[in-house]
Design a protein around this ligand. Sequence first.
Ligand code: NAD
Length: 738
Amino acid sequence: MSTYKNFTVETDADGIALVTWDMPDKSMNVFTVDVMDELEAILSQTVADAAVKGVVFTSGKSSFSGGADLTMIRGMFTMLADERAKDPAAAAQKLFDVAGRMTWLFRKIETNGKPWVSAINGTCMGGAFELSLACHGRVAANSKSVKLALPEVKVGIFPGAGGTQRVSRLANAQDALQMMTTGQNLTAQRAKAMGLVHQVVEPGELVNAAKQMIKDGLKPVAPWDEKGFKVPGGGVWTPAAAQLFPAAPAILRRETAGNYPGALAILKCVYEGLQLPFDTALKVEQRYFTQVLQTTEAFSMIRSLFISMQELGKGARRPAGVEKTQIKKVGVVGAGFMGASIAYVTAAAGIPVVLIDRDQDAADKGKAVSEKLVGESVAKGRLTKEEGETLLSLVTATPDYSTLSDADLVIEAVFEDRAVKKAVIEQVEAVISPTAIFASNTSTLPISGLAENSKRPEQFIGVHFFSPVEKMMLTEVIMGEQTGDRALAMALDFVGKIKKTPIVVNDTRGFFVNRCVFRYINEAYDMLIEGVPPAMIENAAKMAGMPVGPLSLNDEVAVDLSQKIMKASIADLGEASVKPEHMKLIDKLVNELDRRGRKNGKGFYDYPAKPAKKSLWPGLKELYPQRPASEIDVAVVKQRFLVTIALEAARTVEEGIVTDPREADVGSILGFGFAPYTGGTLSYIDGMGVKTFVALCETLAATYGEHFKPTPLLIDMAAKGDTFYERFDPYGKVLEAA
Ligand code: NAD
């Protein structure tokens, strides 16, 4: 047998070739052009070698494979753009051919005449799961680390290498559609119950069990290539399917408001494909896949949610030349709502943490949050009892600041009060080592101002978490005027260690995320005051792709917190910084009506006792004369939300707060769920073209106010035909630095 770079092939005495995928320079196996070339060569060799009776395919890493490689996908888009410039029709054909490479390679494996069994030892995603589905047998290890999924829909595309056709021929149609349109992870057991995996065995038995399948006479023919094959549940022309298929697009529309072409294509592929012979069905899938790849949604989502997110997670913004820090101990001061959860995520990453509050009781209360979260994870089987105990043993609750003396990083999460924070900074700096970094979790106080209380402002930085900390994937890292590279590197290393995605922003009121969120909520205040029915405000926002309506969101963060922030703005920036009608509305809700949000059971919504659901407070309609819904253009309401947020993101770029478009995009999706199908705030603008966006802003400004006026940067970009990703090219910066 030849030698391969990414695979080893060993044939045993029974004539079973064990193909082990183990890419030398990667922590996880991924599909690259090289990998496909080698796989094709292995297939030819095993077919040609009469001594080989069958193949077991597995991974030499702890996971099986993560699917496609970033560079390959980026290359595909670059190719498309280059070819389009030359000849658009030929570009589509070329894309069709490139997109079909995996499809037909997997089909070749399926029809090669010798049995292949995939031995799935860990995470098996996307293309790797599609390859496994093309094998004649699938055995998965009985382990928590085995997760199987076709998650492509989450990045704007869909399983386009035979996935839609094989899953819908193995599982019943409803499960198949559910699994692929949500991109959900399956456990080995669930995959077996659905019919997607043949056996689940103990990890040590995996390869033997796979070999045994071949020895037991596994037929090298897929069920759908056998005469008389019947689709589970009977296919499209059955009473059950007559109930499922007409309802499926409606359900999808309810969930996604028709914003995701990739999700809709799954329904089309399954419905059309099940009525066709298998090879024709694959071709239909390949066509839809090519079509979806050319949508702005797919391009933008892949760029932000796949490529940029991974790049930022791997420290794209980490200063070059600063050695990776080993964080051996973290201190968290302030064991309240945020601090307690920050301590939990730190311990969950295996880092010892001291959690400090004003007295032992308060510190213990903070640790109790970790105890509760661990209890829930153990009950759900996500952690073993021992793992839970180890995690808790890493959290030390104490009021004693001297325990911070050997901490590498101290995160402050005390009251949002300058004087309290000043005292804490001084107290902490009195005991920590000269190399330790101090981070503040403030949400509104500028970092440079807080750093004035520090004796070493170059070691002072903002690390802004979002609640609930254990769920939110984003962390904003804020550079004060004097923050140095070592502080930035340590903050990014820490955020990476706790498995969150960082964005690095310069100091400003509200940083990046909250500035955008305020615009979202302020637009809703404007609409309420104009008399737009509250239900329409909430529904239009969701139709625009926002996960939570602005009024609901305001209730979650607390209406009196909005009031506090508005008052602080007026105090610091003057009366003009807040619209008087907004202040009046919020003052009325808080001062007169005591409607403070979810926390006191009444805000823009009423919150009756469970199991009743929250509903919009009927009195809201009495506050302003209501316009009839029929007079209001929902499309404009949707646009106002997205445009006002995107404009604010553009302002942060113009002001030098955000310097890398990837961060505005990823930050807006992970931070507040900005319509993910757009790829984020700046991709939304780039996607429609800056010129179109500027024209849209001008139209909206004429009717809805000055805040929609396009900024000088946007006007200049429109005139020059620039995009954010060209003008602020994140890769150009890397090249410059190199
Ligand atoms: P919180 O009131 O729940 O907790 C603050 C904790 O700090 C309390 O337990 C208090 O006892 C403790 N504390 C006060 N003074 C102290 C001192 N001198 N020494 C030690 N402990 C002291 O507040 P929170 O909501 O957790 O907010 C904390 C910080 O996080 C604030 O700066 C806030 O702006 C920021 N933040 C909050 C959120 C949020 O959603 N609540 C989100 C991001 C950032």
